[in-house]
Design a protein around this ligand. Structure first.
Ligand code: 5GP
Length: 114
């Protein structure tokens, strides 16, 4: 299988505006931001999407959420608030088949989403 754009970012074959990195997670700015703050958090290990992560790798979910809290703090979003989103599959609006968590903030976000 060819690498996704996000695997290429993890492997430093494509540039990204990286804000946070640890052993498991990389966080970088979305190339087409939908809010003043729009960060993508991805596991370094490849998983296509939320629905395909096997039970033995479920720690990836806590790594992503914990990293998102750190990035939100880094960006001083705790008081104003933010939204975390995972788009899974066609109805979810997923476009890149590498699990990722969107962190959106910096403006009031409507609910329900479109
Ligand atoms: P999805 O629609 O799959 O939930 O989210 C994929 C996100 O990746 C989109 O918000 C899109 O703007 C972003 N994206 C796609 N290609 C690139 C890229 O090359 N670099 C960065 N930083 N973001 C990308």
């Amino acid at each position: 299988m060819p690498k996704t754009i996000f695997e290429r970012i993890v492997d430093r074959e494509t540039d990204a505006d990286i804000l946070y990195e640890d052993e498991y997670v990389l966080a970088f700015r979305d190339i087409a931001p939908q809010a003043p703050v729009h960060i993508l958090l991805i596991p370094k290990q490849h998983h296509a999407r939320h629905a395909t992560v096997p039970p033995e790798n479920h720690s990836v979910f806590s790594h992503l959420l914990a990293a998102a809290q750190k990035v939100a703090r880094q960006l001083k979003l705790e008081q104003s608030g933010y939204r975390l989103v995972i788009n899974n599959g066609p109805d979810g609006g997923e476009t890149v088949p590498h699990l990722h968590l969107h962190l959106l903030g910096g403006r009031h976000l409507a609910w329900p989403p479109g």
